[in-house]
Design a protein around this ligand. Structure first.
Ligand code: FAD
Length: 391
């Protein structure tokens, strides 16, 4: 059977995440969204105090050393209530894992305790106003100077950009050299030359706290080089495969919650002398949502298992992310439709879920970019005859 495999200790961590979601997120989410609030810092501290920020940090550093399966289960628990909130917290947790796996010993000693406790919120920043899908085209420039670097440019759509203290920021060191010249740097957002731009006003999902950051001649020491040219781009792509998988898992969890709500409502609400659910046309609409949800979950868990096995999951993750994000847009619309006008009310999560489904179709590579990955694999498999490609 294709399912998440958790140890007893991991099950307890997922229960902890579910209780946190029920007690801390659920009661306030409507209010936060109405005020277009980013994730409040005290929520990050509380999440961290439960050890959830250190989910994948090895025991030697004081973490739980949890598996990728466990991370996916935690992401699902959060996203059942709010995907934007789940994405923001998982992003913060992912930055802690990235530091322990990829940071230098000096960087780990200096930053890991603050990252684990939630005192330092770190955000990855690739996208720019002029470069989204085409990440190799970024133009933020890191110029080598004695003892460090001087960085000038503008970053866009930084998740948690409204509250972050630190960026893992990608910049071009040799204009014109594309992916090969890209390096990543740790940028302290209190440094001179940093301007934090106002968070984006969107159709929903404001807990994600997305904002732009402008950098003018920001001085960065050599100690804050995170990944050198030649490595930064490759590491970013590796991280994106895992991120695509948890976005797919979050999209599934959100549809599961919408479907439960729509079915409960349709079994209570009467029309033409019987519950809505007794009308075959409406029931089948929800059956279609359930069928697609099952298919999306299977794709997601297959990608999860491939990553957990330590194998390249680029194509599995692309299938899962593409299908789950598009399924969520269709599925949530169908659930809203089944609830009639009631489905629009903000006492229900459906409108928030709809905005989040749109977000899921963009973050960590759009649906079209997943198509490009899958298309390239199709060519390798069927036109070039490579047997080592999925299908
Ligand atoms: C809420 C939110 C949070 C985000 N958080 C982060 C973050 O934390 N860090 C970060 O770095 N980025 C983040 N992003 C940015 C996200 O990764 C980009 O939105 C995404 O990469 C797409 O870039 P773009 O929006 O500039 O679209 P563009 O690249 O301008 O694309 C526009 C449209 O053209 C399509 N397109 C582009 N190229 C092709 C092609 N070759 N073939 C076919 N179609 C194509 C796209 O799929 C899209 O539909 C976030 C975005 C959102 C909405």
């Amino acid at each position: 059977m294709c399912a998440l495999k958790l140890t007893e200790a991991e099950r307890r961590l997922v229960d902890r995440a579910s209780a946190f979601t029920a007690q801390v997120i659920a009661p306030s989410i409507t209010h936060w969204e109405a005020n277009r609030s980013p994730l409040p810092r005290e929520v990050v501290r509380e999440w961290s105090s439960l050890g959830l920020n250190a989910l994948q940090v090895p025991g030697a550093h004081g973490g739980h050393d949890a598996s990728f399966h466990c991370k996916i289960a935690v992401a699902e628990a959060l996203a059942r209530v709010d995907l934007a909130c789940a994405f923001a917290l998982i992003n913060i947790q992912g930055s802690v894992t990235r530091m322990v796996r990829e940071g230098s010993p000096e960087q780990i000693a200096r930053l890991l305790p603050g990252l684990m406790s939630g005192e330092i919120i770190c955000a990855p920043s690739l996208t720019e106003p002029g470069a989204g899908s085409d990440f190799a085209a970024i133009t933020t420039h890191a110029r080598k100077v004695a003892g460090g670097w001087e960085i000038t440019g503008e970053k866009a759509w930084v998740t948690n950009g409204a509250i972050a203290d630190l960026l893992v920021m990608y910049a071009q060191t040799e204009p014109g050299s594309g992916a090969d010249g890209i390096a990543s740097f740790l940028i302290d957002l209190r440094a001179p030359g940093i301007e934090r731009l106002p968070p984006y006003a969107m159709m929903g999902g404001h807990m994600i706290g997305a904002a732009g950051i402008r950098l003018t001649k920001v001085a960065v020491s050599d100690n804050d080089l995170f990944a050198p040219p030649g490595q930064a781009f490759k590491r970013a792509l590796r991280g994106i495969t895992a991120a695509r998988t948890h976005v797919a898992a979050m999209a599934c969890a959100m549809v599961d919650s919408a479907l439960g709500l729509a079915i409960a409502y349709a079994s209570r609400r009467q029309s033409f002398g019987r519950p809505l659910l007794r009308h075959q046309g409406l029931r089948w609409q929800l059956v279609d949502v359930a069928t697609e949800l099952e298919a999306a979950r299977l794709l997601t868990y297959r990608a999860t298992q491939t990553i957990a096995d330590g194998n390249d999951a680029q194509i599995e993750a692309a299938f899962a992310k593409k299908f789950a994000a598009e399924m969520a847009i269709r599925g949530i619309a169908a659930c809203m439709q089944a609830m009639g006008a009631e489905g629009l009310l903000d006492k229900h999560p459906l409108a928030r879920h709809m905005a989040s489904a749109r977000i899921a179709a963009y973050v960590d590579g759009t649906t079209e970019i997943q198509n490009e990955r899958i298309g390239a694999a199709l060519v390798r498999r069927y036109a070039e005859g490579s047997k080592n490609v999925l299908f």
